[in-house]
Design a protein around this ligand. Structure first.
Ligand code: PLP
Ligand code: COI
Length: 339
């Protein structure tokens, strides 16, 4: 076992032993190759590095108390990566190839899967790049699909403790008819100035408004937003939001707990009516929101009067984690054992 302080890990990159790669050339995917290098060789005119023809995914594997490794809903990530590929005209990675590459990447780095009970997990990062050379703006004819893994702790340093967020009406992450709904690198480049503004002012993340009207809530930085009121789980519907697999899972858990679920545009004014609010995603899991401040108006909304996550957020969080680690039965059929 690696000499790693699993319990105090943050969400960062840590070198593991191997990554896996597969090249698309002449209209077909090749064999999966194993590499111990942390570097890739790219043509200087590769479309990924000039025109952002690149998509990625993020999912996690967990060590159970029974010593088995479980991956959470990987077929959803494979499907989303296909939609990302389709959205920016890249070669699509078949589900079967995604699954095989993922299994290989995990098993080759088994010693980096954080032990049960540490709160850490193995983050799996599939990546699809346009590698073919072009100077005109057009799709490449060659692609690289690769997966690396890295053990991680909580995305926000607060862990499962409430964070503060800054509404940044002056900066958009993605346009309604743009690429916000797929997981392409450009969206994240577009969010950096808002995230920096939020961090510089002491907030954990930026909260985006809809880019067209600035009337509705959109994404919570690199995560979806949800609110709780009247026994209802409410999450914004918007064409520029990335459909989160965590969010979809929380909706199903909420329904199984007897809650109602509403996926609809959420006006900014409604935020103050939520009893609880949170950000959710693979990296963020659930990050309860403490305060939200509007950078334009200075308006402050507070959710956690005592600085603690609300009771429903706690229940949702605990159930999700229990399913992911195998502590609770996999009633929804979300978990796959690896190895
Ligand atoms: N929204 C954005 C912009 C993200 O980057 C992510 C992370 O993947 C999410 C939402 C959450 O999605 P998921 O729960 O599928 O990880
Ligand atoms: C994830 O939650 O997996 C993400 O991709 C978020 C972020 C680290 C980009």
């Amino acid at each position: 076992m690696e000499n790693i302080d699993w319990k105090s890990m943050s969400f960062g990159y840590k070198k593991t032993d191997y990554n896996v790669r597969c090249y698309y050339r002449n209209g077909a995917w090749g064999e999966i190759e194993v590499s111990s290098s942390e570097h890739i060789q790219l043509h200087i005119a590769a479309t990924a590095i000039h025109y952002g023809q690149e998509a990625f995914e993020g999912l996690k594997a967990f060590m159970g108390q029974d010593g088995k490794i479980r991956v959470f809903r990987w077929k959803e990530n494979a499907a989303r990566m296909k939609r990302s590929a389709e959205g920016i005209l890249m070669a699509e990675v078949p589900e079967e190839l995604f699954g095989r590459a993922m299994e290989k990447a995990i098993l080759l780095n088994k010693r980096f899967v954080p032990p049960y009970g540490t709160g850490a997990s193995l983050y799996i990062r599939p990546l699809l790049l346009g590698t073919g050379a072009e100077v005109g703006v057009k799709p490449a004819d060659e692609y690289l699909f690769m997966i690396f893994v890295t053990p991680v702790g909580p995305y926000f340093k607060e862990g499962f403790a409430p964070v503060d967020m800054l509404i940044t009406p002056g900066i958009d992450r993605a346009a309604p008819l743009g690429t916000g709904h797929i997981k392409v690198g450009g969206n994240y480049a577009g969010s950096l100035t808002a995230l920096k503004l939020a961090h510089d002012k002491g907030y954990a993340s930026a909260l985006f408004l809809d880019a067209k009207e600035k009337k509705y809530l959109d994404e919570a930085g690199p995560a979806n937003l949800f609110g709780i009121k009247n026994n209802t789980f409410i999450t914004p519907a918007s064409p520029s939001i990335l459909p989160s697999i965590t969010n979809k899972s929380l909706q199903e858990i909420a329904m199984s707990m007897g809650m109602k679920v509403e996926v609809r545009p959420v006006p900014l004014e409604e935020l103050s009516t939520f009893e609880e609010a949170g950000a959710c995603g693979t990296a963020a899991v659930i990050s309860p929101i403490n305060r939200v401040v509007n950078d334009d108006t200075g308006e402050l909304i507070e959710f956690c009067k005592d600085g603690k996550p609300g009771p429903i957020s706690v229940k949702l969080y605990e159930k999700l984690i229990a399913i992911q680690t195998g502590d609770a039965p996999d009633d929804f059929g979300w978990v796959n054992m690896i190895g």
